[in-house]
Design a binder for this molecule. Structure first.
Ligand code: AMP
Ligand code: ZN
Ligand code: FE
Ligand code: FE
Length: 277
């Protein structure tokens, strides 16, 4: 059977908290018969420093993307941006600010662990991380035998509100959308079903987004239907992707959610426009 065009628009690499390098993700995309891909690391686009040449080598159409950590009324909200030029100064500068914010926060969490008698050196935590986050810290706790697994690390120490958690002092959702607009890129609400408070969702639906992520990980058709309807009512695009993280989330394979050619084309055409303009 000849499969149609499929593009996974949400995945992570070792540049943030994924376990596959950009090259390995591109090879995995090829192995999963994907024709298109967007790497959406948390608050960083450094994967694109090497990914384009691998995409060309393996015949994958690569669309620049990123998943920004934002805050709306005290709630953490992930915003996907697509189709900017990876050399856009505004996006690069914004990622740099996030990088510094994440670094400072990580030192605060290492301090809190220290106060509980868990002494970690910053070097071992920062070792292989670019856009550093709680999963990196969890990995060190697992390696040292302090916790058994990721789940325990979050339950005992790092989860929201737990003893060593430091809330991320990040940029508002609205300011983030403005920065994405400035780059002539698309702003999309990531995994809206994960936002627990309904009033926050209703609020976000009033903001100047271009779309929402209606196909996600191993969603069932009835889960997709809700979000497809909401997007259609607003004339928004519906994006989709796996949110692949490699071996830290082994139950989610690359390509388990995707978009077809028509959605990908809208995004990719804008990217070409931004490259040439
Ligand atoms: P950070 O950006 O540093 O706040 O870390 C957020 C990342 O940690 C998310 O993207 C998830 O991959 C992971 N994460 C958050 N909460 C949990 C949890 N309860 N269990 C496992 N992983 C989690
Ligand atoms: Zn992640
Ligand atoms: Fe996310
Ligand atoms: Fe993600």
């Amino acid at each position: 059977m000849i499969e149609g065009f499929q593009a996974d628009l949400h995945c992570h690499t070792t540049c943030s908290d994924g376990t596959f390098s950009p090259k390995e993700v591109i090879m995995a995309a090829k192995a999963a018969n994907l024709q298109g891909l967007s790497i959406t690391d948390h608050d960083t686009i450094t994967a694109y420093e090497t990914a384009f040449s691998y995409a060309e080598e393996f015949g994958i159409r690569l669309l620049p993307g990123v998943e920004f950590s934002t805050i709306h009324k005290g709630q953490s909200i992930h915003v996907l941006a697509y189709a900017f030029s990876s050399s856009h100064r505004g996006i690069q500068e914004f990622c740099k600010e996030h990088h510094e914010r994440r670094r400072v926060r990580m030192f605060q969490m290492i301090d809190l662990l220290g106060k509980q008698g868990i002494k970690l050196s910053a070097d071992e935590v920062f070792e292989d991380a670019n856009s550093i986050g709680r999963p990196h810290l969890a990995k060190v706790l697992i390696r040292k035998g302090i916790v058994k697994n990721l789940k325990e690390a979050f339950q005992e120490y790092l989860g929201d509100g737990k003893s060593c958690f430091v809330p991320s002092n990040t940029v508002s959702t609205e300011e983030t959308i403005a920065i994405i607009r400035e780059a002539n890129a698309f702003a999309v609400i990531a995994h809206p079903h994960l936002i627990k408070q309904q009033e926050i969702v209703l609020d976000l639906l009033k903001l100047d987004f271009d779309g929402l992520e209606g196909y996600y990980a191993r969603f069932q058709p009835h889960q997709e239907r809700v979000w497809i309807k909401i997007a259609q009512e607003r004339g928004w695009m519906i994006t989709g992707g796996s949110d692949f993280h490699g071996s830290i989330k082994p139950q989610i394979p690359l390509g388990c959610s995707w978009v077809g050619e028509s959605t990908f084309k809208v995004l990719y055409d804008r990217y070409q426009e931004n490259l040439n303009g």
